[in-house]
Ligand binder design. Structure first.
Ligand SMILES: Nc1nc2c(ncn2[C@@H]2O[C@H](COP(=O)(O)OP(=O)(O)OP(=O)(O)O)[C@@H](O)[C@H]2O)c(=O)[nH]1
Ligand SMILES: [Mg+2]
Length: 311
């Protein structure tokens, strides 16, 4: 994806260029997608207070001095159950394996949970070195942060250890500065104004899924997926987007629709505003809700999310 506005600042790096992939990994809800958006300076990844929001890898590309940093947002790493969950966790690890630098994000307010411990074990087994970013420092007292940092550095090879708030931006410049000199020398791999490798259709589906996560509760967000089915450019400069929200059961379809269609209308209204902000033009959004039992085991649905369905 490129920015909605036409204005791009030509960048002529004075130093020899550097370029590298930087994977952001961590437990669900650690703040990876919030950090990706902040590092890139655009909303590319959806963010919600619920765990397991991100389902597939997403690149966010930014220039920092002479370096092009290609950030990889990954799904949270947790103990997987469904095929969907396995594919999500596999996508997270493969994102990290392919990267030049790995940033492990830990929610400092939650500390070393079972999910974090599992990640530490896997990094340890492979003697994997990572940057440790203790996130959400806006919510945690300093003494606790220092204790947690000490505990984590005992259990893994972390250098440097940074304290950040992806929400307020505190400490994020230090992270960028470190990464800009840590990625290898080499030419930039993407045009300088490119923000992501994700097609607009996929980001558009994600924005609707964000509303499903924000507006619906219990199992419903996890029982839903969204796909963009049609995308039609109109002569007046607007775009007509058709999307399907898949759920697993008829009772869930009824909840997504809401009484008198009120819920789906609200999901559509908010998603449309987000889409218009992303695309910089008017959007007509049409949402359909379909029941597809076991879509979370369905290879076609997983492929549509950008996941490898073979895991
Ligand atoms: N207070 C505070 N909240 C944060 C910070 N970073 C993220 N959050 C919140 O934490 C929640 C989860 O953020 P996400 O960015 O979706 O987390 P994630 O790691 O991408 O989560 P998954 O995609 O589910 O793995 C959201 O409610 C964010 O607003 C932070 O630095 N401080
Ligand atoms: Mg996320």
């Amino acid at each position: 994806m490129a920015p909605a506005s036409a204005e791009t600042t030509p960048v002529t790096p004075s130093a020899p260029t550097r370029c590298g992939y930087v994977a952001l990994i961590g437990a669900p809800n650690a703040g990876k997608s919030t950090l990706l958006n902040r590092l890139v300076g655009h909303k590319l990844a959806i963010v919600t207070p619920k765990a397991q929001t991100t389902r597939s890898r997403l690149l966010g590309i930014a220039i920092e001095g002479a370096a092009q940093l290609i950030y990889v947002d990954t799904p949270g790493i947790f103990a997987p159950r469904r095929r969907l969950d396995r594919a999500m966790v596999a996508a997270a690890w493969s994102g990290a394996e392919d990267a030049d630098q790995t940033v492990l994000l830990v929610d400092a307010a939650n500390g070393i949970t079972a999910d974090v411990a599992r990640i530490l074990d896997r990094l340890g087994e492979r003697r994997w070195r990572a940057v440790l970013a203790l996130n959400k420092i806006d919510r945690v007292r300093r003494e606790r942060l220092l204790g947690l940092a000490a505990e984590l550095t005992k259990r893994g090879d972390f250098d440097p250890v940074l304290m950040i708030s992806a929400l307020t931006g505190d400490g994020v410049d230090d992270l960028k500065g470190y990464l800009a000199q840590a990625v290898p020398p080499g030419p930039w791999l993407f045009p300088e104004d490119q923000l992501s490798d994700a097609p607009e259709r996929l980001i558009a589906a994600e924005l609707t899924r964000e509303q499903v996560f924000l507006q619906l509760h219990d199992d419903l967000p996890y029982a839903s997926t969204v796909e963009t089915e049609s995308w039609e450019e109109r002569r007046d400069g607007s775009v007509r987007i058709g999307q399907v929200i898949y759920v697993e059961r008829p009772s869930q379809r009824a909840i997504v629709l809401g009484e008198g269609g009120r819920r789906i209308k609200e999901i559509g209204a908010r998603a449309r505003l987000e889409l218009e902000a992303m695309l910089g033009r008017r959007v007509h959004l049409f949402l359909f809700v379909k029941v597809r039992e076991n879509w979370a085991e369905d290879r076609e649905r997983l492929a549509a999310l950008g996941l490898n369905p073979q895991v």
